[in-house]
Ligand binder design. Structure first.
Ligand SMILES: Nc1nc2c(ncn2[C@@H]2O[C@H](COP(=O)(O)OP(=O)(O)OP(=O)(O)O)[C@@H](O)[C@H]2O)c(=O)[nH]1
Ligand SMILES: [Mg+2]
Ligand SMILES: [Zn+2]
Length: 368
């Protein structure tokens, strides 16, 4: 079973949403391009593909031009994104500064480091050059202890990274990760269109905005933030997405991020030090963590912060720290060490049927 998104016009077999402009497209060998070292796109003559030995190598690095809606700038989608079944799209949701970019980067970094192997999931890049760029600009930067920049306004649907994941059942699927700026999430016009095609949502709770705990007052003051009753980005997304039978049918995870700020706080302390549970998929542990995080948020945050859980048919809750500590002057003086960042991704992948049959979260952790 895969998660059905409630798109107004369901995609036909073979139709794929362009990850740049969200228009539908199909794999078409008459529209292929190769990219030169100077990043120029040059048309690929289909006759070059007749050599069966060279064909796979050419296609692996080829691009297809997207016709878009006729008004967008010319853009090109990697061929492997179009030829490996229906892509699964994962989007990070949360206020500006909640930690979406750091969390997403560390999630992908763990996948690249083989973090999904214990779950029977293997990865390849969709396009090697783009992947290297992501690693250089994001993963390596963080590993050097340098803070990532605020995302700001994006040209909406642009994905930051796409991987080909081979699931435990041997089936390959492209997985695209979208990292929108918190400000963009409030621009409802383009947002709705984007959300209609999304398969999984990771809602990121910023403890500094959500938790009325006095021990957070000092970091809160430093970040010039005040406690709010909910996250407007959560609200906009939840108000906009179509619900069926009263519930949102998109695989969802609600993450209490920056959990290093809460590392001495039970039960967060327990989960942050419990690294072993990061390497096996255990629905029972997932359910326990969900319960703990739910209880924690109900006690310390306004009810609005639990809205993703209350709205989604399937939503797990998590504690995670992307960096292990706070930045000072744009650097992490003690280096960067993530904790439990893979949990939310593993959970939504399981909900989308990427892990083994028995490894999907049980109905007991479903929201509502
Ligand atoms: N303590 C701590 N700080 C973090 C963590 N992750 C991110 N931060 C800090 O939170 C701030 C915002 O992080 P981003 O990842 O850029 O936030 P964002 O949600 O992508 O923000 P926009 O791109 O503006 O929407 C930065 O100052 C980071 O240093 C974490 O795990 N722990
Ligand atoms: Mg960001
Ligand atoms: Zn397009």
């Amino acid at each position: 079973m895969s998660v059905m998104t409630q798109s107004a016009t369901p995609l036909e077999p073979g139709q794929i949403l362009c990850p740049y402009c969200l228009e539908t497209m199909r794999y078409d060998e008459a529209r292929l391009f190769r990219r030169s070292e100077t990043l120029q796109y040059e048309r690929l003559d289909p006759s070059e593909l007749t050599n069966a030995l060279k064909r796979p190598d050419i296609l692996r690095v080829a691009f297809q031009s997207c016709a878009g809606d006729g008004t967008s700038e010319p853009h090109y989608v990697p061929v492997p994104y179009l030829t490996n079944g229906r892509p699964l799209t994962v989007a990070m949701i949360g206020a500006s500064g909640s930690g979406k970019s750091h969390l997403l980067t560390q999630m992908v970094a763990e996948v690249i480091d083989g973090g999904l192997k214990p779950y029977g999931v293997k990865w390849q890049s969709v396009n090697h050059a783009d992947h290297s760029q992501f690693v250089r600009e994001r993963v390596a930067r963080l590993r050097q202890g340098r803070q990532l920049e605020a995302t700001g306004q994006t040209s909406f649907a642009e994905f930051v990274e796409a991987l080909l994941l081979t699931g435990a059942d041997g089936q390959v699927r492209p997985v695209a990760f979208f990292d929108l700026g918190g400000e963009d999430l409030l621009r409802t016009d383009s947002l709705l269109r984007f959300l209609l095609g999304v398969d999984a949502l990771v809602f990121v709770v910023d403890p500094l905005l959500a938790l009325r705990m006095p021990q957070l007052d000092e970091p809160r003051r430093q970040a010039r933030l005040t406690v709010t009753g909910s996250d407007p980005a959560f609200d906009t997304v939840l108000d906009r997405l179509p619900h069926s039978g009263g519930y949102l049918n998109v695989a969802s995870a609600l993450v209490v991020g920056k959990a290093d700020l809460l590392r001495f706080e039970p039960p967060v302390d327990r989960w942050l030090t419990d690294d072993a549970s990061d390497t096996v998929f255990d629905p029972r542990l997932l359910q326990e963590e969900s319960r703990d995080a739910y209880a924690f948020l109900s006690r310390h945050a306004g009810p609005g912060w639990l809205r993703p859980f209350d709205s989604a048919l399937r939503c797990t809750l998590h504690f995670a720290s992307a960096t292990g500590g706070s930045a000072q002057d744009n650097t992490f003086p003690h280096g960067v060490r993530s904790r439990r960042v893979l949990g939310p991704l593993v959970s939504v992948l399981a909900m989308c049927g990427m892990l083994t049959k028995d490894a999907r979260p049980s109905a007991a952790v479903a929201g509502g």
